[in-house]
Design a protein. Structure first.
Length: 626
């Protein structure tokens, strides 16, 4: 938790929060085409596609504000295409019908969330021109409403459940725009939106964890970084609704809420002080002449490159631009975020100057150039002239909203729990019907209710005999469906769990590329142990071979690992040889020699024999000679 823990009475502040959980589904194919849902490496791309996206009006003739702002940033979007990329993903062919497997999983999730499923689901287009979709919109359909989950602080309503397509994966930013990868585009995704029923950071955390547990209970959602994302909506009584996008870790949600409360409280206090000072924002002006001989590398570089320096006088803002509103983030950081949105590297402001090569004399000249009074602050942008003009206008606009308090906006989550400005809140004008996909009539009656992870945990412990720690590892681990398949095939539960969790972890720590191992590899190896073709002690060696060359057959892997099973006669022969070689020790120590000789026997058999069999034979041979 952050240092804001218990710093506020959230009830008095009127904290209201809600969640939007986005979870990728683990299906064979994508939502509107037959392409596989496996991710690829950018180096595997075979070609690229280029697009320029522009906003379009809704059915009511309106333009969405967020899309309009995005369109002001002139960018080229380049998409990496692979040997599996189809015309639907490229937006060169209409989408096909909704994937049946994705619909089935989504209905299981609807059952777990206790939502009322709609009679008919219509696919909608959601305007998105940040490049994350080649078409300029995302396809989405409402599947259910009016659900509920329980937390220790009370119930939280689930307002809606949507099935939609995942966006393209951002690879990198270039001078021209953004590069995206089409491997992720179109993967089925559910979006779960709660009502604004959450009243504390801890309840937000608990609600997110509860929803995450329900999703994983299906055994049919993707796992790993980026496969689940949480958006958090936060406001306080005098503040404004802020949507925080892209929270990657469930464990960070409480911190996100706490720090957003802190930001809004600080911004409201700043607004109160600005009101006392009758603050206002002047028109931006060109102040390049004030820095013609500057030693500031940033400013000098802009001027020498043919650019300009623009400034805006912030009347009554002195001492407030540098005020911290979140850890290591100030009001000036907020202004800078808006400047960066238009291509500038950031801003300088008088609360932090002189610094960065800007002298006291230059600060005085700057203040004189904009007629700044002692209570005023000044912000400047140095860049290519057009960029500097756009950026300083954005700074002035953000400063204007600071006078009013907290602006409604969409913000991005940082790793430390703080947030940054992304864009205005989207409006209803970004949605319109998809005419290429017919409506779907979902039938929840045939859907089997998944067993909850909490119930699996109890079953693994009580019925399968796993200890509590291993049972939890398996139940909440990403290989839970594989474990279920293994025990259905008759594999010993404890052995299967140990291989899938402990052995795999040890191999990964040893640098073995276990990500190359498919479910079938594990199942074949486990089954060969049950059939007596491999000793338990040889499993690790076989998995190493298969991880290095996944295309090998199981027979070849066993042969290369040198762990083909041996019968009892061969085991006895190897044990007798070890005992006779250590005859004096056996005669003097009797069963006291067992431990040392056991290791020697297992080494001689090199994982080809089961440890229990070797142990039984060794005991017999020691007892016979002592």
């Amino acid at each position: 938790m952050t240092d804001t823990d218990s710093a506020y009475d959230y009830g008095d502040l009127g904290l209201v929060a809600g969640l939007e959980i986005h979870q990728q589904l683990d299906t064979e194919t994508k939502l509107f085409c037959e392409s596989p849902t496996e991710l690829r490496e950018p180096e595997e791309a075979e070609r690229t596609i280029t697009r320029y996206l522009h906003p379009t009006k809704s059915e009511l003739g309106e333009l969405d504000e967020a899309a309009l702002e995005e369109s002001r940033v002139d960018r080229e979007f380049e998409y990496l295409a692979y040997d599996t990329t189809c015309l639907v993903e490229e937006d060169d062919e209409p989408p096909r019908r909704v994937d049946e497997e994705a619909l089935e999983v989504a209905l299981q999730i609807a059952d777990l969330l206790d939502v009322a499923v709609v009679d008919q689901a219509h696919v909608m287009r959601k305007l998105v021109i940040d490049g994350s979709n080649t078409s300029g919109f995302q396809r989405s359909m409402l599947l259910g409403q009016s659900g509920e989950i329980e937390t220790s602080e009370g119930s939280v309503s689930v307002e809606d459940l949507l099935l939609e397509e995942e966006s393209a994966q951002r690879v990198e930013e270039t001078d021209r725009g953004v590069v995206y990868s089409l491997d992720r585009l179109g993967i089925p995704l559910v979006e779960i939106g709660t009502a604004p029923d959450i009243r504390s950071p801890e309840q937000a955390q608990e609600a997110a964890e509860r929803i995450g547990m329900l999703l994983r209970s299906t055994g049919r959602v993707k796992r790993g970084l980026g496969t689940i994302r949480q958006d958090v909506n936060v406001s306080i009584a005098r503040g404004a609704r802020v949507e925080i996008k892209g929270v990657q870790e469930l464990g960070g949600i409480a911190d996100i809420v706490e720090l957003e409360v802190k930001r809004q409280v600080e911004l409201l206090e700043i607004a109160d002080k600005l009101a006392e000072r009758d603050a206002s924002i002047a028109d931006p002006v060109d102040v390049t002449d004030a820095f013609v001989d500057t030693d500031s590398g940033v400013i000098r570089g802009a001027i020498e490159g043919g650019g300009s320096v623009y400034a805006v006088r912030l009347e009554g803002f002195d001492g407030l631009v540098g005020r911290e509103i979140q850890p290591d983030r100030r009001l000036g950081t907020e202004l800078s975020d808006h400047a960066k949105r238009h291509g500038a590297g950031g801003i300088f402001h008088t609360d932090e100057l002189p610094a960065y090569g800007v002298t006291e004399s230059e600060v005085e000249t700057l203040r004189g150039a904009v007629d700044a009074e002692p209570d005023d602050a000044v912000a400047i942008v140095a860049d290519e002239t057009e960029t500097a003009e756009l950026a300083i206008d954005a700074v002035a606009d953000r400063a204007e909203t600071a006078v009013g308090g907290v602006p409604e906006e969409t913000r991005g989550a940082n790793d430390d729990g703080t947030t940054r400005y992304l864009r205005p809140l989207p409006g209803a004008a970004r949605m319109y019907p998809e005419t290429d996909v017919p409506p779907v009539e979902p039938d929840p009656s045939d859907v089997e209710t998944p067993e909850l992870l909490t119930e699996k945990l109890e079953r693994y412990r009580d019925e399968l005999g796993l200890d509590a720690g291993l049972a939890r590892q398996v139940a909440y681990g990403r290989r839970m469906p594989l474990f279920e398949s293994a025990i259905e095939a008759g594999v010993d539960p404890t052995f299967a769990a140990s291989v899938l969790e402990s052995t795999t972890t040890e191999l990964r720590r040893d640098g073995v590329p276990v990500e190359n191992l498919e479910d079938d590899h594990y199942l074949e190896v486990l089954q060969r142990v049950e059939d007596g073709d491999i000793a338990k002690e040889g499993v690790e060696d076989v998995l190493r071979v298969l991880a290095d060359d996944p295309a090998l057959s199981i027979e070849t892997a066993i042969e290369e690992a040198g762990v083909a099973g041996v019968d009892e006669a061969e085991v006895r022969e190897a044990v007798v040889e070890v005992v006779e070689r250590n005859a004096e020790q056996v005669e003097s120590e009797g069963m006291g020699a067992f431990s040392g000789l056991m290791g020697e026997c297992m080494g001689a058999l090199r994982g080809k024999a089961d440890g229990e069999l070797v142990s039984d034979v060794l005991r017999e041979e020691i007892q016979r000679r002592s």
